[in-house]
Design a protein around this ligand. Structure first.
Ligand code: ADP
Ligand code: ADP
Ligand code: ZN
Length: 209
């Protein structure tokens, strides 16, 4: 099963992808996570993209496509994968089509108000990347990751200014992918505003049809 998770920042793509990837035993491939890892390790790529990501702009298509193409060469994608946060532009989607055939695109629908509520309370484990929310998905112990016991941090692109920019970038560059995939008959809309268990359930149901 080859899936794309589409939706505005904060829609819950990462949270749901991490669950579904375990259920289906296919890798969860998040371009955001790959970029953050590169930044953490201060690789050439990481140094190139750090400022762009912190401002909430998109990394250039060529760099992003090359990263995904390389990742999809890994033998672990044999039975499929979930692409979380890729493609984010029509250009990226056209490129993807030239090297992989997607089964379904899950479009998580939430309002701008919810985007802001979710991103402004989002926390991330600095070690394992596990996601939390200060109100919606609290860790057992405040500020500490349930999974690995490390510290939770605020992503540098979850500042009010970067959030505003990311929403604008989403509408300008990424939202056109909704019609793009609808026309190809691949789009499945999911109400992302529901409680997380319900969103996961609706997603599983939609892809098993
Ligand atoms: P995305 O990957 O689409 O940017 P995340 O999965 O990181 O979104 O979720 C954004 C924030 O919202 C996180 O803090 C997460 O804990 C929280 N969240 C995710 N899904 C839900 C949900 N269904 N209800 C409430 N909060 C959620
Ligand atoms: P979010 O959880 O808010 O949806 P991600 O973790 O998916 O954010 O991505 C974080 C940042 O990484 C994006 O704001 C963007 O700068 C960069 N990025 C991730 N995926 C892509 C992509 N497909 N194309 C361009 N830039 C990307
Ligand atoms: Zn952790």
């Amino acid at each position: 099963m080859k899936l794309i998770f589409l939706g505005p920042p904060g829609a819950g793509k990462g949270t749901i992808a991490s669950r579904i990837s375990k259920d289906l035993n296919i890798p969860h491939i998040s371009t955001g996570d790959l970029f953050r890892k590169a930044i953490k390790n201060q690789t050439e790529l990481g140094k190139k993209v750090q400022q762009i990501i912190e401002s909430g702009d998109l990394v250039p298509d060529a760099l992003t496509v090359a990263l995904v193409k390389e990742r999809l060469n890994n033998p672990d994608v044999e039975n499929g994968y979930i692409l979380d946060g890729f493609p984010r532009t029509i250009k990226q989607a056209d490129s993807l089509e030239s090297f992989s055939k997607i089964d379904n695109v899950i479009n998580f629908v939430i309002s701008d108000e919810q985007v802001i509520q979710r991103l402004s309370g989002r926390r991330m484990c600095k070690n394992c990347g596990e996601g939390y929310h200060i109100e919606n998905m609290k860790p057992q112990k405040e500020g500490i990751c349930d999974k690995c016991g490390e510290e939770l941090i605020i992503r540098p692109d979850d500042t009010p200014e970067a959030i505003k920019n990311r929403l604008a970038v989403y509408y300008e560059s990424t939202a056109p992918l909704i019609d793009y995939y609808k026309e190809k008959g691949l789009l499945l809309d999911i109400d992302g505003a529901q409680e997380v268990g319900k969103v996961a359930e609706a997603t599983s149901k939609a892809i098993s049809k």
